[in-house]
Every structure is written in structure tokens, then in C-alpha cells.
Design a protein around this ligand. Structure first.
Ligand code: HEC
Length: 142
């Protein structure tokens, strides 16, 4: 019994160490072209969304430990693909319009930031006042 436990423990440890060897892309591309975002909007996005939707992601210590690291880097790469606010100025007018609308819809419905992010970043929850700011952005008032 004791021996089986030891062997199982050894294999779990070996597996844990082995998965650390898989490379994880935690790079932040240098391109920053977000000066076209209204100041009020950018302030909120920077505080609550930039970790996954910009080239200025913070990579916490647990983003260095597999398998959590795989999960986090997937969120960042997927998030950037959907909308990368660092590249805002490079978007066409049509794309900007779509993304403003999507941004408003996501925060209005409470879908962003994603739930797992809120566990480690409870302050990232979007407030009513902030939703109003996104609403004004959508209405072209900023
Ligand atoms: C922990 C990473 C993370 C954070 C933080 C985050 N997002 Fe996302 N976001 C994602 C991922 C992953 C997707 C793509 C999958 C999905 O839609 O759930 C996404 C998708 C989106 C989309 C596209 C939705 C669509 O219509 O397809 C928008 C817009 C968006 N996020 C806005 C925001 C805003 C605004 C914030 C901040 C209030 C935010 N996100 C915070 C990871 C994140």
C-alpha cells in the first residue's frame, strides 16, 4: 500500500515536472497604437481588460506554472484575436464600430472580464458607472 502511494506520488511529480518543459508564449508584442481610444474608455480598459486584450499583458507568477500557464496564455491569445485595444488605431472604421458595440454588449451582459479572471482580480468587475461610459462611447459622445 505504502509502496503504491510512493510510486503514484513519484509519477505525479514526474508528470508535473515534465509538463513544465512545454514552451508557453508569454510575449508582449511591442506594437502599441491605442491613442485613438477616448481617455475615459482607455482608463477602464487598461485597468480591467488589457491583460487579455492588449500587448501590455501582465503575466503573474502562476502564469509560469503548467498547466495554469497554458490556460492563461490561451485566454490572452484568444482575447487578442477577438479585440486587441493596443492596435485600435490600425482598425478600419467599420471594425472599430463593430468592436465598440461588442465591447458595450459584453460589459452590459456581464460577460467580460471572464469569470475565472475575476477570481484572482475581483476589482476588475465592471461597475454601472463604467457601463455608462461604454454606452456614451457607443453613442459617439466621447
Ligand atoms: C482573462 C482574459 C480576459 C479578460 C481580462 C477580458 N477578456 Fe474579453 N475575451 C477573452 C476571451 C478568451 C475572449 C474570446 C472568447 C469569448 O468570447 O468568451 C474574449 C472576447 C471578448 C470580446 C469579443 C466578444 C464577441 O462578441 O465575440 C470582447 C468585445 C471582449 N472580450 C471585451 C472585453 C472587455 C471590455 C474586457 C474588460 C472589461 C475584457 N474583455 C476582459 C478574455 C478576456
Amino acid at each position: 500500500m505504502k509502496k503504491t502511494l510512493k510510486i503514484t506520488g513519484f509519477f505525479i511529480l514526474a508528470l508535473f515536472l515534465a509538463i513544465q518543459l512545454k514552451p508557453v508564449d508569454r510575449s508582449n508584442p511591442s506594437e502599441i497604437a491605442d491613442s485613438g481610444l477616448p481617455y475615459e474608455v482607455k482608463t477602464i480598459l487598461k485597468a480591467k481588460c488589457y491583460d487579455c486584450h492588449s500587448n501590455e499583458s501582465h503575466w503573474p507568477w502562476y502564469s509560469y506554472i503548467a498547466p495554469v500557464s497554458w490556460w492563461i496564455s490561451d485566454h490572452v491569445h484568444e482575447g487578442r484575436r477577438e479585440v486587441n485595444y493596443s492596435k485600435w488605431d490600425t482598425y478600419s472604421e467599420d471594425r472599430k464600430e463593430d468592436k465598440i458595440e461588442e465591447t458595450f454588449d459584453e460589459v452590459l451582459d456581464g460577460l467580460m472580464p471572464i469569470e475565472s479572471y475575476l477570481i484572482t482580480h475581483p476589482d476588475a468587475k465592471v461597475t454601472e458607472e463604467e457601463i455608462d461610459v461604454f454606452d456614451m462611447w457607443l453613442a459617439g459622445e466621447l
